[in-house]
Design a protein around this ligand. Structure first.
Ligand code: ASC
Length: 150
């Protein structure tokens, strides 16, 4: 293979990583998705606290939070592969696998909203962040309502 083709193939592979992440056992996949979702929730929650006036607004922190949220939004879904419905405690409902197309739609919706939240955070304007926060939070909530046990 020519060097350029190899470099391209490697680049394509790296970009495709989230969708093709391999796990040795279901437990690894479950912990991976829970970790990604937990870190995302932490940073999204911090933006939420600023949006709701429960934490002082810090434009730089909001942008850093939004960068993490936007980057991690692509990751959890590879951890919901076939056979990862059990192994360690998980709140994922069976519908994640029985209605996977719908689940994927929710995952896509989140990934459509997080770049808007990031763009808003980059303006440093709290009103713009507030406007983008709601739809993003709704995408979290809609999926949790259908696919996550309490
Ligand atoms: C968060 C978080 C979620 C969402 C959801 C939005 O901060 O951890 O799961 O927001 O509560 O409704």
């Amino acid at each position: 293979m020519h060097f350029k083709a190899l470099a391209l193939a490697l680049t394509a592979g790296a970009l495709a990583l989230p969708a093709t992440a391999q796990f040795a056992k279901p437990e690894d996949a479950i912990k991976y998705r829970q970790g990604a979702l937990r870190v995302m929730g932490h940073h999204f929650g911090h933006i939420g606290a600023m949006v709701n006036g429960k934490a002082p607004f810090d434009a730089k922190a909001a942008q850093a939070d939004a960068e993490v949220v936007a980057a991690l939004a692509a990751l959890p879904w590879a951890g919901f592969g076939p056979g990862t419905d059990q192994g360690v405690p998980t709140k994922a409902k069976p519908e994640v696998w029985s209605d996977h197309a719908k689940f994927e739609e929710h995952a896509q919706k989140l990934q459509a909203e997080t770049p808007k939240l990031l763009a808003a955070a980059r303006t440093g304007n709290l009103d713009q962040i507030k406007a983008a926060f709601g739809p993003t939070a709704n995408s979290c909530k809609a999926c949790h309502d259908s696919f996550r046990n309490r």
